[in-house]
Design a binder for this molecule. Sequence first.
Ligand code: ADP
Ligand code: MG
Length: 230
Amino acid sequence: MSTIIETKNLTKKYGSFVAVDGVSFHLEKGQVLGVIGPNGSGKTTLFSMLLGLRKKTSGEMRVFDQENLDGIRNKMGIIMDQGAFYNDFSAHKNLTISAMTKGVDLSRVTELIDKVDLRQAGKRTFNKFSYGMRKRLEIADALLTDPELVIMDEPTNGLDPDGIRFIRELIFHLQEQGKTIMLSSHYLDEIEKVCTHFLMLRNGKVVFYGSKEEIKAQNLDLESIFSTKF
Ligand code: ADP
Ligand code: MG
């Protein structure tokens, strides 16, 4: 097995407030890790540290066996609900600009537009996109570099059932391709369907960490674990 992410006692304080409190886990190649917890439990803060967007306060963190994210950014596809696109450009034009910035072959652009079902958007500009379309463009952008690791912070938040199904199928598809995935959610049933491993957070602390198999072996399900922890 090859370890893609490893943290030990990873901690983030905002002033004296501890948002992520001694979190330890490891993510191995091909796993799908679901980070579960209510609003304010530290999911986004954890992801931001892994992505180098926020500095840790203490503890250890390695991504692709590096402490520093220089040179590995193209191995990571990030979907964090803050895609920055040009309002008056189409999906194709936006992705083309991004591909050029990332040094990605432009043939990927059309391929990904098809993959995320945005072909029919044609010349429609980003400011006229629905929320679901914006999300799908963000996904296409994150996949441009064909990343080994895909990190998604609450990818299904605010999506309709079709959008949620799209994300679920995307995750299965990425997993088939051997990608490693980490995503967060507060929808238990959704995350239970797609993940191989679970990390449950409460007030920044890990209250459960284990695999789907371990849960099954104990005749439990995610809901019953969640209800004992919260
Ligand atoms: P989640 O993504 O699980 O909803 P967050 O990581 O966004 O949780 O937030 C965890 C806690 O840290 C919350 O109590 C939130 O208010 C606090 N927090 C997040 N960002 C900041 C910040 N920039 N400054 C101070 N507190 C913050
Ligand atoms: Mg969040």
